[in-house]
Design a protein around this ligand. Structure first.
Ligand SMILES: Nc1ncnc2c1ncn2[C@@H]1O[C@H](COP(=O)(O)OP(=O)(O)O)[C@@H](O)[C@H]1O
Ligand SMILES: [Mg+2]
Length: 499
């Protein structure tokens, strides 16, 4: 027996109905390895990690752990055998305390004579959190007190309880701030030091190249390449992922940053808490207006204020026709659309179907004499699914099962279906693979050409530079600089205003 071998994946295939999510994937994972798993949306990364971590069984093939057959019956069983996973989706239960979430399913550890010793449980939870230097979360608090990011960290604490040998991180870092990411990186380093194993899934190629000792590339459910650290090469990896050579031309190629004079939306002197301190801007017909800055500069809140989700304490948002945007309802009525940075929590109803999500903003339009005919809805949805090339089994399928890129297309479908004229996009390409990203950029450009107006809030400078007619850079709740589209505009110039 090879004592270094931890996990053997042997000819694993997985079918979901007609979808062949994995095809004969084989992989040996050794101790002390930090393995990056990369591939376009829908290539099978989550399916593979879900099988390894006991979410569901494979259709065929086998797993071996430390030389013995490994067949986890559920995630708890997998964790008991030393494998645990965190995912992008929310994994904490809302109705209970922090500590209860950490020890979910392990309450018996603190139970004596049928009574749970809460004090002991809180103490233990505190100890586990201390290990990760998470000191601002209290075990006895109800979990709803905490933000998404903090809940994600609590999930991490739960996954690490019992010192797993293999830790799987499935696209979690994109949902975290720098601080949250740093905690994950630290855990990964710790795992490496303790000669344990991490399977790290991320769309951030740079991040993977930095952190991982080896990389596995999946394409359409097939493992197509295994790369050692010295073979890491960004272009090569991208090419392997998509199966063709990629040029850097997915941004628009023109430098003509012109748009019409007509103003379709203005913000006038917006003040809102600590996030906005006197922000004014004009959006024009046919303009792509980029807004950039560090994540806490106020730009995400600005997006919400522009769409009427959050109310400024002072100032107003006014449409070209003079109407004030004082609520989301009013925004939608005036053909505005908003793509939230937090897709799963705010932009989609995950437990509803593709159809239900897409028709939502257009219900009043589709409603004839108070009735909506399912046929009309179906046709309406199918049109968006076709136009946007949303990969799904059927339009009644729950949105939850779609890959990140396809989820985002559903969000766009909602607003395109409603014939929106103004699009507020907050990090529209976040956590999306390059194939869908390129598609989104083309779509944005096409909208511009059709005379629609787009505000793109983004943390990625290349896409701001690549797509915008104008860029506003924010810092500490204020607009610090405005930049026109030119060939010479570069990141350094923008960064100067950001920090
Ligand atoms: N629970 C499921 N039901 C049906 N199809 C699924 C399910 N989970 C994943 N799929 C499909 O399997 C394929 C691989 O998906 P996934 O493993 O989530 O990809 P990735 O994580 O690489 O984006 C996709 O075509 C996806 O639509
Ligand atoms: Mg996935």
């Amino acid at each position: 027996m090879n004592s270094d071998m931890v996990l053997k994946v042997k000819n694993i295939s997985k079918n979901f109905g007609l979808t062949r999510a994995l095809k004969e994937v084989s992989l040996n994972i050794e101790q002390g390895e930090i393995i990056g798993l990369i591939g376009e949306n829908g290539s099978g990364k989550s399916t593979l990690s879900s099988i390894i971590s006991g979410v569901y069984p494979a259709t065929s093939g086998e797993l071996e752990l430390d030389g013995r057959p490994y067949k986890p019956v559920n995630t708890m069983d997998a964790q008991k055998q030393g494998i645990s996973m965190i995912t992008q989706e929310m994994g904490t239960l809302p109705g209970i305390r922090v500590a209860d979430n950490i020890f979910l399913g392990k309450e018996q550890l603190f139970t004596k004579g049928g009574v749970v010793n809460r004090r002991k449980m809180f103490r233990e939870a505190k100890k586990e959190m201390d290990k990760l230097e998470i000191d601002h979360i209290r075990p006895e608090d109800p979990i709803i007190k905490y933000s998404l990011e903090e809940r994600k960290l609590i999930e991490v604490v739960r996954a690490l309880y019992g010192s797993p040998k293999i830790f799987i991180v499935d696209e979690t870092t994109t949902a975290l701030s720098q601080h949250g990411r740093d905690i994950i990186y630290k855990i990964i380093r710790q795992f490496k030091n303790e000669n344990k194993t991490v399977l790290f899934i991320s769309h951030d190629l740079e991040e993977l190249m930095r952190v991982c000792s080896r990389m596995i590339i999946l394409r359409d459910g097939v493992l197509i390449a295994r790369l050692k650290k010295e073979e890491f090469n960004e272009d090569k990896i991208k090419e392997l992922m998509v199966g063709r050579k990629l040029t850097d031309d997915y941004y628009r190629s023109d430098y003509d940053g012109s748009f019409e004079k007509e103003i379709v939306l203005s913000a006038r002197d917006l003040y809102m808490g600590k996030s906005l301190k006197g922000v004014s801007l004009n959006l024009h017909k046919g303009e792509i207006l980029g807004i950039g800055g560090l994540t806490d500069c106020g730009m995400h809140e600005l997006g919400k204020a522009l769409f009427g989700i959050e109310k400024p304490m002072y100032g107003e948002v006014v449409l070209g026709n003079g109407e004030k945007v004082d609520s989301e309802k009013r925004a939608i009525k005036n053909r505005m659309g908003y793509v939230s940075k937090d897709r799963d929590q705010e932009a989609l109803i995950l437990s509803a179907s593709i159809q239900e999500n897409i028709v939502l903003p257009s219900l009043s339009k589709l409603r004839k004499g108070g009735l909506i005919f399912n046929r009309t809805e179906k046709r309406f949805t199918s049109r968006q699914v076709m136009d946007l090339n949303i990969k799904c089994r059927e339009i009644t399928q729950e949105v939850r099962d779609l890959s990140g890129g396809n989820k985002q297309k559903v969000v766009f479908g909602k607003w395109l279906g409603n014939e929106s004229e103004i699009f507020i996009l907050d990090c529209p390409t976040r956590g999306i693979d390059i194939g869908v990203k390129a598609f989104m950029y083309r779509l944005m450009y096409q909208l511009k050409k059709e005379g629609k107006s787009v505000i793109m809030i983004s943390e990625e400078l290349p896409e701001l530079i690549g797509m915008s007619d104008r860029i506003l850079i924010m810092r500490n709740g204020k607009i610090r600089g405005a930049f026109e589209r030119t060939v010479n505009l570069n990141e350094a110039v923008l960064i100067k205003e950001m920090v």
